[in-house]
Design a protein around this ligand. Structure first.
Ligand SMILES: Cc1cc2nc3c(=O)[nH]c(=O)nc-3n(C[C@H](O)[C@H](O)[C@H](O)COP(=O)(O)OP(=O)(O)OC[C@H]3O[C@@H](n4cnc5c(N)ncnc54)[C@H](O)[C@@H]3O)c2cc1C
Length: 428
């Protein structure tokens, strides 16, 4: 709980019968023990914790015993493709192609589920996220789009347990892994979950990113936020904040990415699951110039389980979604940066932690044998993350206009990507 291994999935809070809660959600967002926990509960909490350990090979075999394909980067899968929701409302409301929301609406319409665990914005504190069970199409769409601040979906495990009916569940890799661990031990809190979906996952940011963003615009305190979006408008969308005063602040998503090195949740650096490998279906942005130029929204979709693939087939057959299959190599190429970050960077960073005598996660597998140049590159990246997350660095960046910083960030990132292209692609 008190190390960088906590991914804030929320399971310990959800399972604790009120004995643990998240403290300081606009600050460190850490679990805090309020009342003594007996040994039996402590054992369950440790068992459910995906930050401490999650055995990838073991769960791959257990969850997908008859999988057609496997790649160490992508995980187990049936098909990979590029697609989007054909319903224009769902597509435009989604983060990329609206695929995840479309799947949830389709399952609800076909009465295969009675509700979906999704992540919306809090009604009373609209600057914070809040997981809830959506039981209508409107509620599913209200929760569409990616939220890039720390969110602890699994803290609603008691509501999930009490729900009468079948559920679909949407979560980030760490959250999904914890649900899988609970399913494995047959925990009653997850017995209603019939389908698991989730977005790809690069990183999450601390709430300080929002505070800093507002400061840069010389805007009111976050408590005056009435609406907060991370992917507003046409794909790839804008970060947008609406304030009580009526003021609206908007910045291109790619420019708002400048916040990442200053506010990244450390655990994002030790997570090795980019493509949400333990879902039935997972989706990411189809980052490629050919799609980006067209706007509108394109997703990469990966069907993993037989039931996930069946849903995909039926949705394509009845015209709910568009789907063009692609090959593994093309998929890796499209997200080479993400895979390098998670499947090489994370393992090197974990090794750095080990050398420093710090606790490390056990994922049951390790990728090694990277070129020396990749270690050097990682040393630069890790040092940069440490320096840029200091108050001094954050204050300095707040003195510049976000448009300028965003532009500079995008240019520097492109240059960095180009100059490290060879190192990153080497034997990828
Ligand atoms: C923190 C984060 C980091 C990401 N990083 C990458 C990346 O590096 N590369 C990439 O290609 N794609 C990334 N994605 C995925 C991408 O942003 C889209 O979510 C994905 O393409 C699915 O789009 P969609 O239109 O199908 O989803 P939508 O139809 O918009 O549905 C998204 C679903 O995810 C749920 N959701 C949103 N945010 C969260 C969250 N923080 N925790 C739990 N559930 C959530 C919503 O409630 C909704 O049900 C990231 C997403 C998140 C949330």
């Amino acid at each position: 709980m008190n190390s960088h291994l906590c991914n804030r999935c929320g399971s310990c809070v959800g399972l604790s019968e009120g004995k643990i809660r998240f403290r300081d959600k606009t600050g460190t967002y850490t679990p805090e023990i309020l009342h003594p926990i007996d040994d039996q509960l402590a054992d369950t909490l440790l068992e459910a914790c995906s930050g401490k350990n999650f055995n990838f090979p073991e769960y791959q075999k257990k969850i997908y015993p008859e999988a057609s394909h496997f790649h160490t980067f992508i995980g187990t899968y049936e098909r990979i493709g590029i697609g989007f929701a054909k319903n224009s409302e769902i597509r435009s409301k989604g983060a990329s192609g609206g695929i995840i929301s479309s799947v949830l609406v389709w399952l609800l319409d076909h009465k295969l589920i009675d509700g979906a665990v999704v992540l919306g914005m809090d009604e009373n504190e609209p600057w914070l996220t809040q997981a809830f069970i959506a039981t209508t199409r409107e509620e599913i769409l209200k929760a569409a789009q990616s939220k890039y601040i720390i969110s602890s979906t699994n803290d609603i495990l008691p509501e999930i347990a009490a729900f009468k009916g079948n559920l679909a569940y949407v979560g980030l890799p760490g959250q999904v892994q914890s649900i899988r661990k609970l399913q494995q031990i047959g925990h009653p809190s997850v017995q209603n979950i019939k389908y698991i979906f989730g977005p790809f996952y690069g990183n999450t940011l601390h709430f300080s990113s929002i505070k800093s963003f507002l400061k840069t615009y010389k805007a009111d305190s976050y408590e005056n936020i009435t609406k907060l979006y991370f992917r507003y408008g046409e794909w790839p969308g804008n970060m947008r904040i609406e304030l009580k005063s009526g003021r609206i602040i908007e910045l291109k998503k790619f420019h708002a990415n400048y916040l990442i090195p200053f506010h990244i949740l450390r655990n994002s650096l030790y997570c090795t699951d980019f493509a949400n490998e333990f879902t039935d279906l997972s989706g990411g942005d189809a980052w490629a110039p050919v799609y980006e130029e067209r706007g509108k929204g394109f997703s990469m979709i990966i069907s993993r389980s037989a039931k996930g693939d069946e849903i995909l087939s039926q949705m394509v057959a009845d015209g709910t979604i568009s789907f063009s299959q692609i090959e593994e190599n093309e998929a890796i190429d499209m997200h080479s940066h993400g895979y390098d970050f998670k499947k090489r960077g994370s393992f090197i960073r974990i090794r750095f932690r080990k050398w420093l005598g710090k606790s490390i996660p056990d994922y049951g597998y390790e990728i090694k044998g990277f070129p020396f140049s990749r270690y050097v590159m990682e040393l630069i990246i890790s040092t940069m993350f440490i320096i840029l997350s200091t108050n001094m660095a954050r204050w300095t960046i707040e003195q510049f206009s976000p448009r300028f910083v965003g532009n500079l960030f995008e240019k520097t990132r492109t240059l960095w990507k180009k100059s490290t292209h060879k190192i990153k692609r080497n034997e990828l």
